[in-house]
Ligand binder design. Structure first.
Ligand SMILES: Cc1cc2nc3c(=O)[nH]c(=O)nc-3n(C[C@H](O)[C@H](O)[C@H](O)COP(=O)(O)O)c2cc1C
Length: 319
């Protein structure tokens, strides 16, 4: 997620779950090929398994970027066919590719020919006045023929004409049954459902219909939920017994990043929701949000913020 799942966020989320797959922000092929590649694609070895999401629509460029992603150690390459922003539409990629399924198929085929890691696509049900029955089927057929490894479906249309990117995450109605039907008619294709999944109970219910679930805002805004992913969805032990224990486990990373010149807030902005709903959470958030942006803010600001929640009852790793 743009501006959200940067490398600091991903390191933190990986502390909360060993099993979940983590995705980068969308990075355009132009940025990978002509931008500051080392900075854009940097990741920490602890992040795995981690997928790089690419934005683009030129098969040859996407194939080149996929190969670069593999060189940088990414475990999966995902193509964005869901982003509705104007900038993306001008570049003829993102959600507007829902209108060009054959091109998306060519993109997937080109990437598959170049790399051995999974190549996946994240799409919408359709755009604007497309009929989701046909648009999603056409896209699925095209990527399946190109041997895509999984299709992640944000279960709503994007209305490119008239809605902002933000509105496009909430206003077009969710239609989970459309995605369930897609899975039923393509039992051999890995289908992952995304959109509006608020907690792990809901996720588990979807998993009776589809192969996987992707959580966006709930995972970012209430990251404590990720502590339950391993025990609840994968049957393995939670990495930490409480959000507080996870926060303490993050401090060596914060210290080493501060020593490299990273600003405290660049990391701690991602943990503001860690105690959401628990006693002391509001004080933690408020204190950290203002202390971490002060010039020269150091590890003491994080420690002081944690004191607001340290003595409160800690939330166990439950959904
Ligand atoms: C701040 C923000 C940035 C996003 N950036 C991306 C992105 O880079 N690529 C993408 O595929 N989706 C992006 N999305 C959409 C989410 O991945 C997801 O599809 C959407 O929020 C619906 O899922 P949710 O209800 O679980 O959040 C973004 C969403 C938000 C809130």
């Amino acid at each position: 997620m743009m501006e959200w799942t940067d490398r600091h966020c991903r390191y933190f989320h990986r502390l909360l779950t060993r099993e979940a797959r983590i995705y980068t922000e969308m990075i355009t092929t132009a940025a990978v090929l002509r931008g500051d590649r080392a900075r854009l694609l940097a990741s920490h070895p602890a992040e795995h398994p981690v997928a790089l999401q690419l934005g683009g629509s030129q098969p040859r460029e996407l194939a080149e970027c996929a190969a670069i992603a593999v060189d940088f150690g990414y475990d999966e390459v995902n193509l964005n066919v869901g982003c509705p922003s104007d900038r993306v539409q001008e570049g003829r990629f993102g959600a507007c590719l829902m209108a060009e399924p054959l091109l998306v198929g060519d993109c997937v085929a080109a990437m598959k020919a170049k790399v051995d890691v999974p190549v996946t696509v994240k799409c919408r049900l359709g755009i604007d006045d497309q009929d989701p029955e046909q648009s999603l089927d056409a896209l699925t057929r095209a990527v399946k023929q190109a041997r895509v490894d999984a299709l992640i479906v944000h279960a709503r249309k994007a209305w490119l004409d008239g809605l902002s990117p933000r509105e496009n995450r909430d206003i077009p109605p969710l239609d989970y049954h459309r995605v369930y039907r897609l899975k039923a008619s393509h039992p051999d294709l890995v289908i992952v459902l995304n959109g509006g999944i608020a907690n792990l109970d809901v996720a588990a219910a979807h998993l009776t219909h589809v192969d996987g679930v992707m959580m966006g805002r709930a995972a970012y805004q209430e990251p404590w939920r990720l502590l339950a992913v391993d025990p609840v969805l994968f049957g393995t032990m939670a990495r930490f017994e409480s959000p507080l224990a996870a926060a303490h486990a993050l401090t060596p990373y914060v210290e080493s990043e501060l020593a490299r010149g990273t600003r405290l807030n660049a990391i701690t902005r991602h943990i503001l929701g860690l105690f959401r709903g628990a006693p002391g959470a509001r004080a933690f958030r408020r204190y950290l949000a203002s202390a971490a942006v002060k010039p020269g803010a150091g590890i003491a600001a994080l420690r002081d913020a944690l004191a607001f929640v340290a003595h409160s009852e800690t939330r166990s790793a439950a959904a």
